[in-house]
Design a protein around this ligand. Structure first.
Ligand code: NAP
Length: 284
């Protein structure tokens, strides 16, 4: 979809992290942006930086996407502010690397609701307006963990694999029905400088495996703009050969497991899981 000056993007998870880079990138193309998340202070900080950098119109909406009622009404609340949504970016997400036998029931529910159910609900509620106007694009933020499994990431991977499948199916429906509305899924590796892995690095001292770990966070903003403008199906944001890795994990799963084990790719999430286990169970 060609982005026009004054088009409107709704971006979830826009109070910090990658959401800020996505907002800056879309606003940099002249889009007015609506930023959604729970933390109003974070939203206002991001809004101020986007306004200062680009001069577009920026609105904020406080929403808790783990609450299904709030997720279901976010599109209407946005339409009340802007009258239309041309691009929906389902970026909000939570991770919970942990030992799977210690996964917390509430955390499992929240992760499923925020990472997978909310994007489906928002898509479902944004689509009718996009179809009426004959234009629109939905961008879902998955992860390399949505294409290739990582140890200690069972529930996160489950939601991110789900989002890849949902987006691919949605594209096929759009093509089958001849819509001028489409969808893309973004699969970043470990992004440096901002976002949840940068937070893990600060909190737990984890080191992302090379070469996956040195992509700057603003590369995700560039990827979102490209996905919309070129109607790309999957966009993998990682150095090296992420598509080869994804293909290898499917084509030769046992060999892939041996290689990841030999390279100790579990190390970063094992570190986080061990820290959280100690915090949960006490260390004495
Ligand atoms: P982040 O820094 O932790 O930011 C997460 C965003 O999601 C925040 O704005 C947060 O806002 C929002 N959020 C969390 N729970 C929410 C809820 N219940 N309701 C509404 N908003 C909620 O993470 P990030 O790295 O920017 O992640 C953005 C997306 O990229 C996620 O989907 C993540 O899985 C994906 N991703 C990130 C990386 C990476 O390297 N950073 C790699 C692969 C994929 P509030 O706390 O204010 O609600």
């Amino acid at each position: 979809m060609k982005i026009h000056h004054g088009d409107v993007a709704l971006i979830t998870g826009a109070s910090r992290g990658l959401g800020r880079h996505i907002a800056l990138a879309l606003a940099g193309r002249g889009m007015n942006v609506v930023l959604a998340a729970r933390n109003s202070g974070g939203l206002e900080d991001v809004a101020a930086s986007v306004r200062a950098a680009t001069g577009v119109s920026v609105s904020t909406v406080v929403v808790d996407l783990s609450d299904r009622g709030q997720a279901a009404s976010l599109v209407q609340r946005t339409l009340d502010l802007t009258g239309r949504i041309d691009v929906l970016v389902n970026n909000a997400g939570i991770e919970a690397a942990c030992r799977p036998e210690e996964a917390d029931l509430d955390e499992l529910g929240d992760m499923t609701d925020v990472n997978l159910l909310a994007p489906m609900l928002l898509t479902r509620t944004a689509l009718p307006g996009m179809l009426d106007r004959g234009r629109g694009h939905i961008v879902n933020m998955s992860s390399m963990s949505g294409l290739v499994a990582s140890a200690y990431q069972e529930s996160y991977s489950a939601t991110k694999f789900g989002l890849v499948g949902y987006t691919r199916a949605l594209r096929m429906t759009a093509q089958d029905r001849g819509w001028n509305v489409s969808a893309s899924v973004i699969c970043p590796g470990f992004m440096a400088g901002d976002g949840m892995y940068a937070t893990m690095q600060k909190e737990f001292g984890v080191v992302a495996p090379k070469p996956a770990g040195d992509m700057p966070a603003d590369a995700v903003g560039v990827a979102v703009v490209e996905a919309v403008e070129k109607d790309l199906p999957d966009v993998l944001v990682m150095r090296g050969a992420p598509r080869m890795i994804a293909v290898a994990s499917m084509a030769a799963p046992r060999l892939f497991e041996r290689m990841t084990s030999r390279a100790d790719l579990a190390a970063p999430f094992r570190t986080v899981a061990e820290h959280r286990s100690t915090q949960r169970n006490g260390d004495g």
